[in-house]
Ligand binder design. Sequence first.
Ligand code: ZN
Length: 277
Amino acid sequence: MSHQPITDLSRLCIHTITTKPWGIEEAAQNFSAAGVKGITVWRDALAGRDIKKTGDLLRAHDLSVVSLCRGGFFPSIDPTKRQAATDDNRKAIEEAYELGTKLIVLVCGADPAQPLADSRQQIQDGIETLLPEASAAGVQLAIEPLHPMYADTRSAINTLAQANDMCEAINSPWVGVAVDVYHLWWDPSLKQEIKRCGENKHLLAFHICDWKSPTVDMLNDRGLMGEGCIPLPKIRSWVEATGFNGFIEVEIFSTEYWKQDQSQFLQRIITGYKNNS
Ligand code: ZN
């Protein structure tokens, strides 16, 4: 199946962290003025704000609040830290409810002091513990597999197959996956695993950016769509072949772009979204 061209901004969502120098109020105003229709809120953007009022403000700007980033970081060799993580995830569910979003993205975590398999078991246990609160709040949890370069401390779930395995093991309507091209583009099983998400109806979010070559920083050197080597239109066609018609979320952490004029950067995001996604 060939990809459908993007003709308007009706499915464009931008993460607050993408334009990190802007406060959330400024981001909302500028996104809305540019015709962007969705926003994903990083928890740090809510610091010091009334969360419910912030959600109302976003909707007043005609922005859908697509998700809250992020929960997770479940594993630790130390049970006290695991309990603290569970408490923080409960807080994230409350925040998502107040904000009025139906989805939390999970960066699941890992502890280099223990085997990855142990971290994965703690992730599954942690997610299962949250299911009563998630269903009561009407908030789904999306497991985001992270590139294996982050397997030491950020996530023991590094392929979409592992995320799918865990979703199927948990088998709850409140748990699904987030597909982020930055983490998954290299995987020879990607097409087949995206199809598998679709069959189980648990593909909850789609994040885009590009992989710059060379990448000079493992965390904060993501590229704009079109300036790297990720076959974005092809991956989007696989995602859409599952029936997914939700927001396409631009999530770029970039020390370089954060230094630039954010209004010009926003225009480049829109151009990259239309022409190279
Ligand atoms: Zn992501």
